[in-house]
Design a protein around this ligand. Structure first.
Ligand code: G3P
Ligand code: CA
Length: 231
């Protein structure tokens, strides 16, 4: 079901089920999202794993850097006691082309492998490039991704002033800018949209903030609680 603004589950449905797990992604789909957002790193053996932090300590029973572990090691770990760390492909399988996927590149060196995997799903599994958005706070990683794939939409993540992203958005022919909702105003929303970019704002959980984002006219809201966009 398509909603306005688009309803994007943050790290799956983080408000309900352990973030960045297949179960969380499935929960977001149950809640009727238009898409889900996940975070990815490349691990020591080269696979793309779905996890938010550089280290394992906060969300799993492991310790140390994600990038220092092989996938064989990572898949033995438990996320919040009951889930496992998925591969990007596990999330793609769970989504089954039913909702869109925003892949946030977290670690360095993720662009090449993510481009390869998404391209495989486009060419061999019937996904459309527009089913994806690849975003990152690391604009150099996005530059690398753009060199490899010019069909998949790019989203420029910003922590503070979203207007700082306009130049790089032009350089990378971006689809969207992904600002922290706290920095959005009538003025900068208008400026971004008049340059032709969609606004995918994060992470909007409080009903009053959701209301404010609706009033500002953003195109998508990334939330831990997708059901709140329907209330
Ligand atoms: O992609 C939006 C949002 O997820 C960015 O912040 O820290 O939750 O990855 P973070
Ligand atoms: Ca994220």
């Amino acid at each position: 079901m398509k909603t306005t603004p688009l309803n994007i589950g943050h790290r799956g449905a983080r408000g309900h089920v352990a973030e960045n797990t297949v179960a969380s992604v499935k929960k977001a789909m149950e809640l009727g999202v238009d898409g889900v957002e996940i975070d990815v790193f490349k691990c020591a053996s080269g696979e793309i794993v779905v996890i938010h932090d550089t280290t394992l300590d906060r969300t799993t029973n492991g310790t140390g850097y994600v990038m220092d572990h092989t996938y064989f090691q990572l898949k033995q770990l438990k996320v919040e006691g009951e889930y496992t760390i998925p591969l990007l492909q596990d999330v793609l399988k769970a989504l089954d082309k039913k909702v869109k996927l925003n892949v946030e590149l977290k670690g360095p060196g993720t662009a090449d492998r993510v481009a390869f995997i998404l391209n495989y799903y486009i060419e061999k599994q019937g996904w459309n490039p527009k089913d994806f958005i690849v975003s990152s706070f690391d604009w150099d990683e996005l530059r690398s991704f753009y060199q490899l794939n010019k069909e998949i939409p790019i989203g420029i993540l910003t922590e503070d002033d979203p207007l700082d992203a306009i130049d790089v958005a032009k350089e990378l022919n971006a689809f969207s800018i992904h600002p922290n909702h706290r920095f959005l105003t009538k003025g900068n929303v208008k400026a971004i949209q008049s340059e032709g970019y969609k606004i995918y704002t994060w992470t909007v959980n409080d009903p009053a903030d959701i209301q404010r984002m609706r009033a500002l006219g953003v195109e998508a809201i990334i939330t831990d609680y997708p059901e709140r966009l329907r209330e």
